[in-house]
Design a protein around this ligand. Sequence first.
Ligand SMILES: [Zn+2]
Length: 511
Amino acid sequence: MKPTVFFSRAASLWIIPAALLCWFVAELNAAEPTPARTALVRVADLDVGEAQEVELANRESVRVKLLSVDETRDAMRDAVRRALVRVEINGRSLVLTSATYHLPLSFAGMQIDCPVTKGCVGNSSEGNAWGLLKDARLRLWPAGSPWIEQGTFVYPLKQRWFASHTQMANEPTFVDGGESPSAKKIYYHYGLDSGGAEGMVEIVAAAAGRVIAAGKATLPGYDDSPVQARYDVVYLLDERGWYHRYSHLQTIDPAVRPGAQVGLGQKVGVLGKEGGSGGWSHLHYDITSRQPSGLWGIQEGYAFLWETYQRQYAPKIMAVARPHQFVATGEKVVLDGTKSWSASGKFARYDWTFTDGTTASGPTVERSYAESGEYSEILKVTDSRGEVGYDFAMVVVIDKAAPDRLPPTIHPAFAPTMNVRAGDPVTFKVRTFRTTAGDETWDFGDGSGKVKVKSDGNVNSLAKDGYAVTQHRFAKPGHYLVRVERTNEHGQKAIGHLHVPVETAASGAGK
Ligand SMILES: [Zn+2]
């Protein structure tokens, strides 16, 4: 339920003080005028034991106290994999899991999440991308409030949810094979990476805004800003004062030029693997805003993407088996499907199908692996109305006895991802990382013969023909689980899956 009327009133309450403030501050800092719009989210950075009174977007005040931060690190890299944060709100206590595909929770008459804890800043290769100087960051919204204002935000890719690999928020990056036990600094991600088929996915403006940089061309006067221009990157500044960054673009739309005003949902460019992508084709999208520390820092956007995708596409079910896992052979790992969502609110089943052919059921399952490799375990969720959703839990397994003998990783993607009808051509792209041995074998899951292709092994990450490309047509409607794998010279295998929903062919279309 969305209390729309209530929120338009709350929004108008904010316009008056913002306008007044604007008048006072305008002269002090010409480059950073007071934003015309105040976001619904409120941010509090706290040390353990510290409390703060926070005024929410609806003017209600809550007292929030950080009681503890409990970070779990993996044995091989000492990277934070899970952080549990205990908070007290108006005298009631709650444990939150930070980021890692968790959404804000409703509690004690408000909503709260924890986008980052200090461990993800401490041994990060990316410095303090979050602008966090305390033990944890908490974000608060009024009860029943949207997380991002309706009408001011759209999903930035013309692509189905989780159509390919992702690296969301502070998940350590892994798709390009960059995750290694020998690398002591951790590349905790800090934006939203959505994999997709190179050159085939339109990227649009998630929020309306002014172009501050498009490629290497920048608008003067924005020196104190998060903008770091690069040939494949666009920065838009929205009316909240937030900088939206679109990275690794194959092409930038000609209308996106410094100083231009870009409308909500206007084309920004096309998804690619340019710049510092590591060689895997994806949109890196992030938001940077002023944080309580006074520093620029990431405004975590996963919840905004989730909420916006639901508004735009009204999915009936969304399976979530992420984030990926990183373990040694023999080590226990818990695969978790509990972040899955259904419009009916009730799940009937969680079914898992593992790479070794075994199956299990239940929202969470425990596994261990004898052989190193990159595994992709299938989660199928079924709700009380019989709607079915799929996601894949990626597990990177390192050989305990030979931790430097790294398994390959693999990135599959396809397009189009929406409205595919029986008989339509679908393009499949794949690239394997950390090996040039072997080739990729596709199994389209429809009983057709296997197809072999060979990608370049990411020898030159920006190579135009780095991905191996093939096309396939599905004769009948249905949910297809497409599998692709490649084995290196040591017998280590990387496996990837894609879920391709195929609809009934349009009558008489004959395509
Ligand atoms: Zn990224």
